[in-house]
Design a protein around this ligand. Structure first.
Ligand code: PMP
Length: 453
């Protein structure tokens, strides 16, 4: 069917009726924000979008227009917007007691740590709660340094681990790095993702060759011992990039040979998003020494965590370590509710099934639209890399921005990422349905057809 003869696209039905919005206009909000917030705080879309209400996988703007959210507030809203169970638990807790720190006892903090331990491989059973992914990664690196007595840390090129001064050093995109380096001894090894790898061969061969680079980094840039290796099982901001499953297995072995601990940054990949496993590292059959979590753990509430083995965690006791909001009862209530909702609603299975349908559909689109250079990812963590030419793989950055704009016009929100900003990032709330996926595929198909030269 040609674009012009296709029926008009409409979002799958949704019974939720948004409240009538009575706040300041979008233009007023924009003007206030431009005047009073730091100009580094950016919006996407040519005309910034204002959102005032959410219902599961849908968002509503101030006019009541509904959007299918395929980005989940940057991979954060795992259970869905305004999830009734999460909302109720948080409201109850706010009404009862909004704040205590961990210098007092409160039942939630130990309970949530215990439930997280039950989701982890044996031995990873001690958790420290913080408020953001950057803080979690800072703390993980600190613990690794204390536990090993070494300083050097290896991260993977194209990674994103945070924007705090310490985590920024781990992050590996010049676009996110300011010239103010406070974290010494950070090195980056080659990214094992086959699509833009400097090496050739099968994905497994590229993974093995990438681990040789890791060995070389240790050999040439460190004293021969390292504190840690940190990696996202699937790079999120980097554009949904990952190596073959043997990469982490072989990398972890090399790092351990050199006295280092292995940190899995599960900020995006955790809590069932990748479908077949609860944690991203499980796809590679590895067991990290430290796991960092944020985003999906709280369905949007500020909550992050570092889980490790007791003997590693104990190294922090040599000094005082304290975090005012970490482990606060409201975030803990949100986290406990999220764990339950993921189980009760089978969201991990949904990520696998609906994600599989979406990926198959995207692959099918790739056969018809030359702009698509690569489709990758797992479960509901998918990336579509756009290129000007499949042979040269020249990034199609402007086209990616245009696709986002046009999808928005059709009622769909997606993200973008990758060093060149040319990868569409599709990482919706885990409650998305097959009907949503079919709608999104149809919309993307139309947009790509319209944009074809
Ligand atoms: N790690 C990963 C994998 C992330 O994607 C992010 C955020 N994009 C962070 C860490 C940092 O999290 P936060 O923004 O909560 O500090």
């Amino acid at each position: 069917m040609t674009t012009s003869t296709r029926p008009r696209l409409s979002l799958p039905p949704c019974a939720h009726v948004p409240q009538h919005y009575t706040g300041p206009s979008r233009d007023e909000v924009l003007a206030t924000r431009r005047q009073y917030t730091n100009p580094a705080i950016f919006t996407i879309y040519r005309e910034p979008l204002m959102l005032v209400e959410g219902h599961r996988q849908y968002l509503f703007d101030e006019t009541g227009r509904r959007y299918l959210d395929l980005f989940a507030g940057i991979v954060t809203v795992s259970c869905g917007h305004a999830h009734p169970k999460v909302t109720a638990r948080v409201q109850q807790q706010v009404a009862a007691l909004a704040h205590t720190t961990t210098i007092y006892l409160h039942p939630h903090v130990g309970e949530f740590a215990k439930r997280l331990a039950a989701k982890m491989p044996a031995g990873l059973d001690v958790t420290y709660f913080v408020n953001s992914g950057s803080e979690a990664n800072d703390l993980a690196v600190l613990m690794a340094r204390l536990a090993t007595g070494h300083n050097d840390v290896i991260a993977v090129r194209n990674a994103y681990h945070g924007g705090s001064p310490a985590a920024m050093a781990l992050t590996s995109h010049h676009t996110w790095k300011y010239p103010a380096q406070l974290n010494t001894g950070i090195h980056h090894t080659v990214c094992p993702d086959p699509y833009r790898s400097p090496y050739t061969g099968t994905p497994e061969q590229i993974a093995t060759r990438s681990v040789e680079d890791l060995r070389d980094v240790i050999r040439y840039s460190t004293p021969g011992n390292v504190a840690a290796f940190i990696a996202e099982p699937i790079q999120g901001v980097g554009g949904v990039t990952h190596g073959a499953p043997n990469y982490l297995r072989e990398a972890y072995a090399v790092v351990r040979e050199h006295g280092g601990l292995c940190i899995a940054d599960e900020v995006q990949t955790g809590f069932g998003r990748t479908g077949d496993h609860y944690w991203g590292f499980q796809h590679s059959g590895v067991v990290p020494d430290i796991v960092t979590m944020a985003k999906g753990i709280g369905n949007g509430f500020p909550l992050a965590a570092v889980t490790t083995r007791r003997e590693i965690a104990e190294r922090l006791t040599q000094r005082i370590h304290f975090n005012t909001y970490g482990g606060n009862p409201v975030s803990m209530a949100a986290g406990l509710a999220v764990l339950e909702v993921i189980e009760e609603e089978g969201l991990q299975r949904n990520a696998s099934e609906v994600g599989g349908r979406l990926k198959a559909g995207l692959r099918e689109l790739a056969m018809r639209h030359a702009l698509i250079g690569d489709v990758r990812g797992m479960g509901l963590m998918l990336g579509v890399e756009l290129v000007k030419d499949r042979g040269t793989k020249e990034p199609a950055r402007e086209a990616a921005a245009e696709v986002m704009e046009r999808l928005r016009a059709l009622g769909i929100l997606v993200g973008k990422g990758g060093l060149f900003g040319n990868v569409l990032r599709i990482k919706p709330p885990l409650c998305i349905t097959a009907a949503d996926v079919d709608f999104a595929l149809d919309a993307l198909d139309r947009v790509l057809a319209e944009m074809a030269p």
